[in-house]
Design a binder for this molecule. Structure first.
Ligand SMILES: Cc1cc2nc3c(=O)[nH]c(=O)nc-3n(C[C@H](O)[C@H](O)[C@H](O)COP(=O)(O)OP(=O)(O)OC[C@H]3O[C@@H](n4cnc5c(N)ncnc54)[C@H](O)[C@@H]3O)c2cc1C
Length: 455
């Protein structure tokens, strides 16, 4: 490989952040991402302090014909934030949140994590839809969609975007909003990292909490079919205030299997109490942590279940209905799970997020339904084959269920093909390809769920 040291020294003269190479302290920590299966070795990690650094790093990579990976929160299960032998544009020094309480907006830097976002906005009693695990990045999650607790009431994370600042493949720094570079603004709301590096995002905020109703309740796995039947009945009558997620999980003792319902209610407290009572009505649970809960805590209660460095292989797709066939497939799959860290998660998609027309943003999956995620997760490298096989086989078992749509933020490495692009974008794909041809004709940003440029 060509010696890049002189060029890196030159780049450092006009760079506010830090440029890391393999010999530097902290290298291994910096190159690793959330998924422990991802073990890539970039040529250089450009820890950017702002948009100018991002533009410089892009220019450097292009001048030396190096591939570019962009790291926001590093949570992408396919490891798309990392690259072998290329430039990792690492936005983790760019973690700033500025709230304007009177305008009810927040501008956040491109590497911000949701835990930070929620703390800053909740200091003003405000929030917007974001990831349910606090260490997930605002960047990748929002550009690809953004399922979260507030989704039925306020839409997906990307539905709350007001503007973005983008650093384009040619190094230009532009703003995109409804009234400025409107085609780009349409495309980044669902098109992932295909169009450039988002150095900042501006979000609309809403009054939320600080205390809401919600948490998690779980029953013994023997009751899984009853619990999932209860879950689909609750979902059928849920209004916009109520977000529901079911999950087949193993308890903290690493052996007790459970079927859980996690919930968040964002309406009046009396209604929240009624919603919680309706969830409890199934009968004596094994675990009951439902009740009043700070919104920031609701968004961190699942963190410990997804430790950084655990090995992950995910498979997911939307199912139109949670019918008995789907429930049988889900329960059967979970009972074959080889690791206590593996789960099947069922996210109810409805309300405001489902009322947006599919062509309004690049994110096209607006039908109500359930996103079923086979979340294979384990710690030891010896379990790699079994972990991946369980995800694949369980996903195969779900083929019996109706629905073809797939959430691109959950696509793993082996999922990205023309079929998955169709399943994620449907009729929006053609327009995305032509906007890609306009903003990134040479496909500089291709280490993502890639949309090839097509004029
Ligand atoms: C434990 C866990 C919990 C999750 N919870 C949720 C959830 O509640 N809701 C949900 O919708 N999804 C969730 N996800 C999926 C998540 O949306 C994706 O993994 C997403 O890619 C994470 O974004 P990131 O910035 O952390 O990822 P990264 O790995 O840093 O980036 C992922 C992709 O986005 C691009 N990207 C990131 N930031 C930028 C930027 N600023 N500008 C341009 N491109 C950028 C990267 O190039 C890359 O292609 C979860 C994932 C994990 C592992």
């Amino acid at each position: 490989m060509k010696d890049l040291s002189p060029a890196i020294t030159e780049l450092a003269k006009d760079f506010s952040g830090r440029l890391l190479v393999a010999a530097d302290a902290g290298w291994d920590e910096a190159r690793r991402v959330h998924n422990g299966l991802v073990d890539k070795h970039p040529a250089v990690i450009a820890r950017c302090a702002g948009s100018a650094d991002v533009a410089r790093a892009i220019g450097f990579a292009r001048a030396h014909a190096l591939e570019i990976a962009v790291r926001g929160g590093g949570h992408n299960v396919g490891g798309r934030a990392a690259v072998d032998g290329g430039v990792m544009i690492d936005l983790s020094p760019m973690r700033h949140v500025f709230v304007d309480p009177s305008a009810r907006t927040a501008r956040v830097a491109g590497g911000t994590l949701w835990g930070h976002f929620n703390r800053e906005t909740q200091a003003h009693g405000l929030a917007t839809t974001g990831g349910v695990v606090s260490s997930t990045g605002v960047g990748g999650l929002t550009l690809g969609g953004g399922l979260g607790w507030l989704m039925p009431k306020y839409g997906m994370a990307l539905d709350n975007l007001l503007s973005v600042e983008m650093v384009l493949a040619d190094g230009r720094i532009v703003r995109a909003a409804e009234t400025e570079n409107a085609d780009l603004f349409w495309a980044v709301r669902g098109g992932g990292g295909n169009f450039g590096v988002a150095s900042s995002f501006e979000f609309r905020l809403h009054d939320v909490g600080p205390t809401v109703a919600g948490g998690l309740i779980a029953w013994p796995i023997e009751r899984a079919r009853d619990v999932l039947d209860h879950f689909r009945n609750l979902a059928a009558s849920a209004d916009d205030n109520l977000m529901l997620v079911a999950a087949l999980i193993t308890g903290p003792d690493a052996s007790t299997r459970l079927c859980a319902i996690a919930a968040g209610h964002f309406g009046a407290s009396a209604e929240g109490e009624r919603a919680v009572a309706a969830i409890r009505a199934l009968g004596p649970p094994a675990v009951d942590a439902l009740g009043p809960i700070p919104y920031t805590q609701l968004n961190a209660m699942l963190d410990a279940s997804y430790p950084r460095g655990a090995r992950n292989h995910w498979k997911s797709r939307f199912v139109d209905q949670l019918d008995d066939v789907a429930i049988d497939a889900i329960v059967g799959a979970f009972m074959r799970c080889p690791s206590p860290m593996g789960q099947v998660v069922i996210e109810h998609f409805h309300g405001a997020a489902a009322r947006v027309a599919p062509g309004h943003t690049a994110y096209a999956l607006r039908n109500s339904g359930f996103n079923v995620l086979v979340l294979s997760q384990w710690q030891a490298a010896e379990q790699d084959a079994a972990g991946a096989a369980w995800a694949r086989d369980s996903y195969g078992a779900l083929a019996k269920c109706t629905g073809t749509r797939r959430y691109l933020n959950y696509l793993d490495n082996d999922d990205v093909d023309a079929k998955s692009l169709d399943a994620a974008y449907g009729s929006n794909l053609k327009r995305l390809q032509s906007i890609k041809a306009r903003y990134d004709p040479e496909n500089v940003f291709h280490l993502n769920v890639n949309i090839a440029p097509k004029a």
